[in-house]
Design a protein around this ligand. Sequence first.
Ligand SMILES: Cc1cc2nc3c(=O)[nH]c(=O)nc-3n(C[C@H](O)[C@H](O)[C@H](O)COP(=O)(O)O)c2cc1C
Length: 414
Amino acid sequence: MKRVDDFRLNFGNKELVPIVIGGMGVDISTAELALEAARLGGIGHISDAMVQTVSDRRFDTNFVSQKLKTYKANVASSDKSEVHFNLGVLEEATRNHVGRTMDAKRGDGMIFINCMEKLTMNAPRETLRVRLSAALDAGIDGITLSAGLHLGSFALIEDHPRFRDARLGIIVSSPRALAMFLRKNARLQRLPDFVVVEGPLAGGHLGFGLDWAQYELATIVAEVQAYLQSEHLDIPVIAAGGIFTGSDAAAFLEQGAAAVQVATRFTVTRECGLPDKVKQEYFKASEEDIEVNTISPTGYPMRMLKGSPGIGAGIRPNCEAYGYLLDANGRCAYIDAYNRQVELQPDAKKISVMEKTCLCTHMRNFDIWTCGQTAYRLKDTTTRADDGSYRILSAEHVFNDYQFSVDDKVALPA
Ligand SMILES: Cc1cc2nc3c(=O)[nH]c(=O)nc-3n(C[C@H](O)[C@H](O)[C@H](O)COP(=O)(O)O)c2cc1C
């Protein structure tokens, strides 16, 4: 039986270990995690979700408080249409995050940035153009466009000097989405360098409805491969979602996938940005603790632990400080859900909003514990300390386990 190490991902003149650590916002896939993947010869992702907050936390900027100060008078208003991002600040924050990560890069692998297009930021085209251009300026090796794939994104950066040399890829969950993207971008004469096919067991937002369980990653990967073949297109396909062991990964590589993208197993590593006590919640989870719900204001179903403190928390919308999910008209589904509850309970001191969540605030505070469907198996990947807590792993250990293990085995830490 083959193992992952028997395969390589060929990207131009680069030969990589075919393991990609997927983007996990907000700063769950940290620079440290991405740097480890690159050092070990694979691909790591940072994420540009809420990049101004990430810059504040890591580089001592104060972009969030500046924005809040600018729009303070609007805090009690439910009309957020005037709350805009300063594009210069957005650019600076992106350059900080990407530039310093790339400066620290060692080894033969690559570092990409995951760019969630559902972060519409009350000016989708303008903010996305700045995010993409600034990441390219700061030397990112590649960009993975995800969640809410904007068919015109490539065109936003077609004049950038790195448009044809950086690796640009997209995440899809069906051949139909890929076909639409390719059709829309045909005039640019620039194909994606890779396509991540994300199945229904992935963490984060899903490209499926609540009927996600009826779909299977292997089937969708095969459909995408057949579609590409029928169009005579040679684009590497990367399989993602529910790939838990090295053997799972090797099976996809044998089926013709160019690489695998994995995330959940890295949520319990030291380099992952989740606080240690949240990592313990991931370890402890049983299958019944994991749900796919519709509380994300993006409109996409999202998988998370049922015990996430952000579920039902009825906080006042925080768009003056954050506002990443405001659409082109300055609206967010959480604001509407919150206002409905306030109307129903005008005298309540504290309300609960079950319908939607203030995703910016709760992802920023690590209070929405999104995970893949296999999270309940994480406890089997480590040992326990005397106090009963699970031992946090190193990213290198998990990466090596994917690369070298066989027979569905998972190596425990030494
Ligand atoms: C904690 C967590 C956060 C995630 N956040 C994002 C994200 O911000 N953008 C994105 O495109 N995918 C996100 N994902 C999906 C992963 O990048 C990846 O494709 C998927 O989870 C792989 O499946 P696995 O977790 O079963 O290995 C996230 C996954 C997890 C577990």
